[in-house]
Design a protein around this ligand. Structure first.
Ligand code: PLP
Length: 444
């Protein structure tokens, strides 16, 4: 750890309209971090803050990793930017090959975007275009799931199932339907890993097919573990059954692995953990360990090849971003993937899962804890809301954890979620749980 001088904090916080933030509360009592190293952030006056969330589920290799820093610096010097429309640069091809090699089955081709939201919208567009180029243009309906999160583009919020992310933005959200979510507290409370109860929730797709007919349905998109609404692990057998029903009716299955990709569940992708091959996987975040924005879609061979039939001078897919395959992102990704492999971080997460789950479950019985869920290196704790309404206790948790305990966590209403970098040690897990325990008691 380097001793560092304090970093000046800005005097004026007004200009920045912060995303997904209670701006006025934050600006009254800011939670500011100025640098980071390993498992810790540091405030401008150098107080350590344990990173309980890998940033925003993304810094899987921990912070300030020298090989990633060097790769980004060298890339900025060698090739700062190059377009991916009609031109290429070597590292983006190398990154695509490495990512495809990590994905199971014939998920062999990678389309790059700049974020998870762009990845989700790209996957939905590829699904629609796929049916178009294969002569089934009536298949246009997209199916998401209640409590799902697929970013904030219009495609993503359409299939997303979080009411606050949809209700203000109504006019373009059409042509979609939603599966029921898979959470039933009465039957699943305090399950470690995948709950035993709930595979039958996949059968809700049969209801949707009966209503709309498979001839109108392009794709189903789900997160293998719903992340943003408080970490809902899939019930045992659920994803397998969803795959079977999609196969039966000729519907594409998309796994949004923006959170679950790159080791969070102990495997490169959740698809591998569950032995289920979707038609597409979306990814972002951990692909560069959060260092440079990058997202993308991995598609199966049959999808890519369906587009490769026309005259070979014609663009096959009218879609892409200025920053698709940005050189800095490609370089950061190659360096992050090297660290994951060399340090065995996916296997490490898998090996720690049991001890992590035990430690998290030790919070059962603390005041207001009504459920705890764990999966891979993810933990979620539902607290009972305060009488004044939902979200109040959750906000107190964020504030107290940061200012009193030096801990960064996430909350969704009154659910605490945490997902530390995969480099966390067992004693740091205990430290994290100790900080959470004191915080939960303090907001009782
Ligand atoms: N999909 C999932 C499953 C996510 O969890 C997220 C972000 O948390 C996104 C998509 C959106 O990613 P981004 O914020 O990079 O657009």
């Amino acid at each position: 750890m380097t001793a560092a001088a304090p970093i000046a904090s800005p005097n004026d916080l007004e200009a920045f309209w912060m995303p997904f933030t209670a701006n006025r509360s934050f600006k009254r009592n800011p939670r500011m971090v100025a640098r980071a190293e390993g498992m810790f952030y540091y405030t401008p006056d150098n107080k350590p803050v344990m990173d309980g969330t890998a940033g925003l589920w993304c810094c899987n290799a921990g912070h300030a990793r020298e090989p990633i820093i060097q790769a980004i610096q060298a890339q900025a010097r060698d090739l700062d930017y190059a377009p991916s429309f009609q031109y290429g640069h070597p590292k983006v091809f190398a990154a695509a090959a490495r990512i495809a090699a990590l994905a199971p089955g014939d998920l062999d081709h990678v389309f790059f975007a700049g974020s998870g939201s762009e990845a989700a919208d790209s996957a939905l567009k590829i699904a629609l275009a796929y049916w178009n180029v294969t002569g089934k243009a009536a298949k246009t309906r997209l199916i998401g799931r209640e409590r799902g999160y697929h970013g904030v583009g219009f495609g993503g919020i359409s299939v997303g199932g979080m009411s606050n992310n949809r209700k203000f933005f109504g006019s373009l959200l059409s042509g979609v339907d939603h599966l029921a979510h898979t959470y039933d507290r009465e039957k699943q409370a305090f399950s470690k890993g995948e709950p035993d109860y709930g595979a039958h929730f996949a059968d809700d797709l049969e209801r949707i097919v009966a209503l709309h007919d498979a001839s109108t349905i392009a794709a189903v998109i789900v997160e293998p573990m719903a992340g943003s609404t408080g970490a809902l692990p899939p019930p045992k057998g659920y994803l397998q059954r969803l795959r079977e029903i999609c196969d039966k009716h000729g519907i594409l299955l998309i796994f949004d692995e923006v959170i679950t990709g790159f080791g969070r569940l102990g495997f490169a992708f959740a698809a591998e953990r569950y032995g289920v091959i979707p038609d597409m996987i979306t990814f972002a975040k951990g692909v560069t360990s959060g260092t440079v924005p990058m997202g993308g879609v991995i598609v199966r061979k049959h999808i890519y090849e369906a587009f490769m039939g026309g005259p070979d001078n014609v663009i096959e897919l009218f879609h892409g971003y200025t920053y698709s395959g940005h050189p800095l992102a490609a370089a950061a990704s190659l360096a992050a993937l090297d660290i994951y492999r060399e340090e065995g971080l996916f296997e490490r997460a898998r090996a720690m899962e049991g001890a992590f789950a035990d430690a998290v479950m030790s919070l059962k019985g603390e005041p207001n804890v009504v459920d705890i869920r764990t999966l891979g290196l993810v933990g979620a704790i539902d607290l009972a809301p305060r009488a004044e309404g939902p979200g109040k206790r959750g906000y107190e948790v964020i504030e107290r954890a940061f200012h009193e305990e030096g801990l960064m966590i996430r909350t969704a209403a009154d659910t605490i979620a945490f997902s530390p970098p995969l480099i966390i040690t067992e004693s740091q897990v205990d430290e994290l749980i100790g900080k959470l325990r004191r915080t939960i008691r303090a907001v009782a």
